[in-house]
Design a protein around this ligand. Structure first.
Ligand code: BV8
Length: 297
């Protein structure tokens, strides 16, 4: 059912409200990094078209085929390291410097907000980071490292010459391999060539991201909880996200209950907040990289 309310698109009224605000949240999604050249989950995912990215972002997928999942994450590490933060990442980092009561809640694992020097105390990485690498055994071993190596191990090196996200990679796979699986554009990787834990040397290392079915990091949830308990919230910006993933999407309703007005920044007018538009919401349609510097100046 489409909500009867239609959102405000007037930038001056948004600026007025932001100027009077002291406690502001921003829920960030893959659309924030789209202009940095990183594919969104729902968009054309390049090489991973034949795999729904969500189906690879699970513990079961890793148990079932750790090499394929590591190729997926090795590829995303490669793309993220070769991408640059865009003006939207910088605009949010500048807002954090000016407004101590601003917190960014990012669903992104691409490392671009930290590389835009977003103050770490004002950035909650809800779903971890591609550059945290940890032992699969976090109960007994618990090893974790921050690692920007590309490739992480030689077996995960991107094939030189062809950009694996390009159509020629797809054509190459179609021409030279079984066309049932586009991922044959990448060489077959054996488990023995995947990264193993240097501490316990028994288990594989895994990407330090939160997979579907896994709990978000306790520390991060505690930080969000403490922020929510800090009193009235003036505004939550919902930037470049379909807000379909829980519990991240639930923070929008939580903020509304604490008085926040909602401002959506999205390329797609259909990606409205959960529960639809409410009186006083803003919607700015377009590329976050274009809009945010204007909105937050
Ligand atoms: C948990 C890290 C419990 C990995 C990610 C049924 C109903 C409700 C919930 C569930 C359910 N079944 C299961 C669940 C729970 C599940 C969930 O929500 N599933 C969804 C699919 C329904 N959630 C979980 O499993 C979470 N854990 O619940 O744990 C628990 C508790 C205790 C103990 C044990 C367990 C964990 C969820 C975290 C999953 N990990 N990422 C990785 O990245 O590989 S989620 C991943 O997908 C992203 O991080 C992000 O959150 C999500 C993708 O969403 P978006 O960021 O919105 O990206 P998307 O491509 O979808 O959209 C892009 C948007 O940008 C679009 O709107 C587009 O229009 C816009 N856009 C594009 N370009 C631009 C733009 N906007 C502006 N400018 C542009 N240029």
């Amino acid at each position: 059912m489409l909500s009867a309310v239609s959102p405000n698109t007037d930038l001056a009224s948004f600026h007025d409200h932001l100027k009077k605000s002291t406690r502001v949240l921003a829920l960030l999604g893959a659309g924030l990094s789209a202009s940095s050249g990183l594919p969104t989950f729902r968009g054309k995912g390049g090489l991973w078209r034949t795999h729904d990215a969500m189906s690879l972002a699970t513990p079961e997928a890793f148990d079932d085929d750790p090499a394929l999942v590591w190729q997926f994450y090795g590829h995303r590490r490669h793309m993220s390291l070769n991408a640059q933060p865009n003006p939207a990442h910088y605009a949010l980092a500048r807002l954090a410097e000016k407004m101590p009561g601003f917190q960014a809640l990012s669903q992104n694992v691409d490392g671009l907000s930290p590389r835009a020097n977003h103050p770490p105390g004002q950035l909650q990485l809800l779903h971890g980071s591609l550059f945290d690498v940890k032992c699969v055994d976090q109960t007994k071993c618990g090893y974790i490292e921050i690692n920007y190596e590309d490739p992480l191990v030689p077996a995960l090196a991107m094939p030189t010459g062809i950009d694996p996200t390009s159509d020629e990679a797809r054509d190459a796979a179609v021409k030279s391999h079984d066309i049932s699986d586009i991922n044959t554009a990448l060489p077959k990787v054996e488990t023995k060539d995947l990264p193993f834990c240097p501490k316990c040397s028994q288990h594989l290392l895994r990407p330090g991201v939160v997979w579907f079915g896994e709990a978000l990091p306790t520390k991060v949830l505690d930080n969000v909880d403490a922020y929510m308990r800090g009193g009235k919230i003036d505004l939550i910006m919902v930037i470049g996200t379909g807000a379909k993933v829980y519990p991240a999407s639930s923070f929008i309703g939580d903020a509304r209950e604490l008085g926040a007005k909602v401002c959506v920044v999205n390329m797609d007018a259909n990606d409205r907040p959960p529960g639809g538009w409410q009186e006083g919401d803003w919607f700015f349609e377009g590329d976050a990289a274009e809009l945010l510097p204007k909105m937050l100046e």
